[in-house]
Design a protein around this ligand. Sequence first.
Ligand SMILES: Nc1ncnc2c1ncn2[C@@H]1O[C@H](COP(=O)(O)OP(=O)(O)O)[C@@H](O)[C@H]1O
Ligand SMILES: [Mg+2]
Length: 589
Amino acid sequence: MQPFRKLAPFIRPYWIQAILGPLLMVLEVSMDLTQPRLLERIVDVGIAQLDMQLVLRTGGLMVALAFLGALGGVGNTVLAVIVSQSFSADLRSALFRQVQSLSFGNLDELDTGQLVTRLTNDVTQLGQLVLILLRIMVRAPLMLVGSLIMAIVTSPTLAGLLFVLIPILAATLIVVMRRAYPLFLKVQQRLDRLNTILQEYLAGVRVVKAFVRAGHETARFSAANDALRDQTIQVLRLMAGVLPVMMLAVNAGLVGSVWFGGLKVMEGSMQAGQLIAFINYLMRALGEVAMVAMLLVQVSRAQASAERVVEVLDSTARVQDRPQAAAPSSLCGRVCFENVSFEYETQEKPVLRDVSFTAEPGTTVAVLGATGSGKSTLVHLIPRFYDVTTGRVTIDGVDVRDLPQEALRRRVGIALQDAILFSGSIRENIRYGRPEAGDDEVEAAARAAQAHDFIQSLPQGYDTPLGQRGVNLSGGQKQRIAIARALLLHPVILILDDSTSAVDATTESKIQAALHAWMHQRTCFVIAQRISTVLDADKILVLDEGRLAAQGTHAELMAGSPVYREIYTSQLGEGALPGPAQPGEERHA
Ligand SMILES: Nc1ncnc2c1ncn2[C@@H]1O[C@H](COP(=O)(O)OP(=O)(O)O)[C@@H](O)[C@H]1O
Ligand SMILES: [Mg+2]
């Protein structure tokens, strides 16, 4: 019940409808409960004494009361629908906002497939529960108790039948529900798995085609699909017993009352109308037990959903703003790593070990190293995508953990390793970080990123739509737009994470040259695979399995770092190697 309690606040704004709805149900139930007694009057008094007048009057009353009851029923349904739909919409928004507030670390753990199920299917289940709850929360107990009382009033002896049947029925249902709950949980997990596979497939469908692995993917999908089917069949098979058991109880009750009641009527100790009324109450009482069973099914399905939704709502962002964090008035961009080590929560061994260096304002720092050596991880610590495990990262002497994330990220422009663009025009994409930027600024950023020329050559220029309905850009073109997007922030610190890997060498050096002018008095981090990209950097950091193997200018590293010399020769060949290195000698390839 714990997870449900956490979701209760989402109903609170609609408390008026949530109370009014069930109250209208009281009207429907009470009108409903009078019907059998009136029927009894028609049979035992009206028909028995051939009083047509009474039959008509009582019949008219029954219709009027039924109409009133129906009004209550309609009102209840309308209000219940409003509450359950509003609840669902609010919950979805809250989840969406929550996902947005999470850090990279949280997102590593909650995979996309799961998040999609949680925001759609799970929320729908919970909305369904709220609907049923508001429909029968008041109705079922009221109708059950009301029918029992009326049955006793109608015929105390026959009522004993109900006191035997209802506990048997209820016990059966409880046993079934207890077994069904873990199965429903499994159904949900299988659905998750299916969604994850589907998402992965859709994201990588081109790779699947390129490697002719459709058969493999189909098998993977089918396995998950079959698992979902089998699990669902298993739980529904269990549930299939519920309805027949219900019917059995109802029929047993019917036969029992006709049998005993019939004898009594023949004896003359009971009237026929009385028996009819009793049977009516019996049906209503057992029917309500069935409704409660349905509610329990819904509760057990929704419990799994509630847990999964609450898990998202309860997850706290790994990276938090400290209460005393204050936005800096201005930054020059001196970035300092002091004995920084970093470990991903999901991995045992550290990815960065004891890294220390300083990046002076106005300089370009290049990060070089094999894939997996920790280059991306290193730069992700600057805008606090992750917080360091030990040591500290400072900007102008202030620990980044003492800066509010938003203020920090507005000053750090980053072109991530994967250039992800959104659907929308090229202009909107470049403007993403500063929607208020003018067209001239957008163009200037695009020029610096060497994107202006190809954008101009597109039929609609900067207004060319990207994505599903628009043009598809080449990898290098996307990268250049991503660079322009980062530049437009006019960041104090610019980070390009392998952002020119798909750009040709000539264009790349043009970008480098443009950045020099653009990044005047700003700090620039450039991660690159090509050594030619980093030769001119003011400082080169050489990462080797998370350790800073060496740092310095190209000349210094050629002289002092075997790792650097090895990378250099492997890329540019032995011929490019300068003679016996002279300390301080400047020699560029
Ligand atoms: N989100 C993550 N969760 C867990 N491990 C990660 C994550 N990102 C990267 N790693 C691991 O950290 C190491 C360094 O990765 P990364 O910084 O991306 O290297 P590089 O950018 O130099 O190729 C790799 O071993 C990689 O497997
Ligand atoms: Mg990387």
